[in-house]
Design a protein around this ligand. Structure first.
Ligand code: GLA
Length: 524
């Protein structure tokens, strides 16, 4: 959750704007609601390096912010943002040049604003300046016809090196617009413990209020922008807590948007557990924009520990859709009743579509902030045109099926001290330096399938493993530390349904102290 400069300021970003926006994040109550990153996007750097290859920053664009500071030092801004209790983000490109080599949104072209050939140097510099987040774009990478999975793994390793050298954590934001199916390789790329990856092109071209040229004056944000970004971003098999599909910076509060569209936007991003990076000018947000962005019940749903994406569970008519996901509390579901059409319509959700037992369930309407009551088997709401209703349905879980690993085994990692060559007899096997654990003959009915992976980890850091399904699809899986206690993490599984057998294989790096006890599979 945070703010990014691009949608409303494009290349005009400078210290004054960044400071104002950080201050507005605090004054508006957004910080108190949980927004924390202030991210400076493209335009902060014009591509200059010194003889040793170090980034050289414009001293007028980034002046000293307090006595004793040197102008032209990005740590001035990072320090200021930190002084407000917020986190600082910065931007680069995985190629030799950022997008401004081709033609920036405003002003002259700047070649050489990328980090290729300087990964170690630049990411160490970002960490030393104090940045906590880096967005890595792909204009240069695309121009050079690079392979995203390779370049971003190198970037990830440079980030890890910088983290080791400085002890400073950097959150990794991959931005290659879904061009090389990043959902297949971005989760955990290069062994990174948490990251996000953009799933589509830019949600809007920047709407810069200060720019008075004809092109900018014509630009607006619309519901169509919001729905296209949402539709392009649904890759639920890649996402779980720690690894998120990034539907792009939000356009709530930008020119062209209206209250019902804003609600659709907030509801869809929240039910997807997508990054909530606000792209509007925070000093211009209306009261209703702020109420929406800080709605505590919607944010609690967004931040639920089960970070899977929503699944479309019904499409009762053209443009009418029901999206839902499990929440951490057993029997709880986040539900969105979406009306994309231009007239009001009744939209229903049945408990059976949510994997709930046939029993009464309680319904809470989050935007109306009222309890709708208890209902036996379904709930129907009249959804206004181009709007949505967001619910939490609290019912009873249907029985799930528990699987233990082949051969009654449970360990993928084992004690940290255990040598890699010596995985416990017959229990797990070593594959290329990783230990693997298989669950065979996993079956599901028709419909979405979620697995609760019951594990414990004695590791101090998140262990990045992988899950492959039927020896084909594979994705990164983050196992956060549990202090040796048993905990569950929830994954969406893309299985051959209707009771076909499926094989699941988890791998974790040898020596990682992670024990996998069982998986509990629910088909909705
Ligand atoms: C790309 C990204 C945007 C923004 C611009 C900056 O288009 O997708 O989010 O970072 O570059 O030029």
């Amino acid at each position: 959750m945070g703010w990014n400069s691009w949608n409303s300021f494009a290349n005009l970003i400078d210290s004054k704007i960044a400071v104002q926006q950080a201050q507005a994040m605090v004054d508006s109550g957004m910080k108190a609601a949980g927004y924390q990153f202030v991210v400076v996007d493209e335009g902060w750097w014009k591509g200059a390096r010194d003889g040793a290859g170090n980034i050289v920053v414009d001293a007028r664009q980034w002046p000293a912010l307090k006595p004793g500071q040197r102008a032209g030092d990005m740590s001035n801004l990072a320090q200021y943002i930190h002084s407000l209790g917020l986190k600082a983000g910065i931007y680069t490109d995985a190629g030799k040049s950022g997008c401004s080599f081709a033609g920036p949104d405003i002003g002259p072209k700047y070649p050489g604003t990328g980090s290729e050939d300087h990964y170690d140097q630049d990411f160490l510099q970002f960490a030393r300046w104090g940045f906590d987040y880096v967005k890595v774009d792909w204009c240069g990478g695309a121009e050079e016809k690079r392979i995203g999975a390779v370049q971003y793994a190198e970037v990830a390793r440079a980030i890890q090196k910088a983290e080791k050298t400085t002890g400073h954590r950097i959150y990794f934001s991959i931005c290659e617009w879904g061009s090389q199916n990043p959902w297949n390789w971005a989760p955990g790329v290069g062994g990174i413990v948490s990251d996000i990856w953009r799933t589509g092109g830019d949600i809007v071209a920047p709407v810069v209020e200060e720019a008075k040229d004809e092109a900018h004056l014509k630009r607006t944000a619309t519901l169509k922008n919001v729905l296209s970004a949402f539709d392009a971003g649904m890759h639920p098999e890649a996402q779980h807590t720690g690894y998120y599909n990034d539907l792009d910076m939000m356009v709530i509060g930008m020119r062209g948007m209206q209250e019902d569209w804003d609600r659709v936007h907030m509801g869809l991003w929240a039910v997807s557990s997508a990054p909530l990076m606000v792209g509007a000018d925070l000093t211009r947000l209306s009261k209703s924009n702020l109420a929406l962005l800080t709605n505590p019940e919607v944010l609690a749903l967004h931040n639920d520990p089960v970070g899977v994406q929503a699944i479309k569970v019904a499409e009762p008519g053209p443009g009418l859709q029901v999206w839902a996901k499990p929440l951490a509390k057993p029997g709880e579901r986040a539900v969105v009743l979406l009306n994309r059409t231009e007239s009001a319509a009744a939209v229903s959700v049945a408990w059976a579509q949510l994997g709930l037992a046939p029993a009464p369930a309680h319904v809470r309407d989050l935007f109306a902030r009222r309890d709708a009551g208890r209902f036996d088997a379904a709930y129907t709401a009249t959804v206004p045109a181009q709007d949505l209703v967001m619910l939490i349905v609290s019912g009873q879980e249907r029985a799930s099926v528990l699987y233990t690993a082949t051969g009654g085994t449970e360990l993928i990692g084992g004690a940290a001290a255990e040598p890699c060559r010596d995985c416990p007899g017959g229990r797990s096997v070593t594959i290329g330096g990783n230990k693997a654990l298989s669950f065979r003959d996993v079956r599901s009915a028709k419909g979405p399938v979620f697995a609760r992976v019951i594990y414990r980890s004695g590791a101090r850091e998140t262990v990045v493993g992988r899950l492959s399904v039927n020896a084909a699809r594979s994705t990164g899986v983050a196992f956060p530390p549990t202090g040796g206690e048993t905990r569950a993490l929830t994954l969406y599984l893309s299985l051959r349904g209707e009771n076909h057998p499926n094989d699941l294989e988890f791998t974790a790096p040898c020596g990682a102290d992670v024990a996998l006890e069982a998986i509990s599979v629910s088909s909705w």
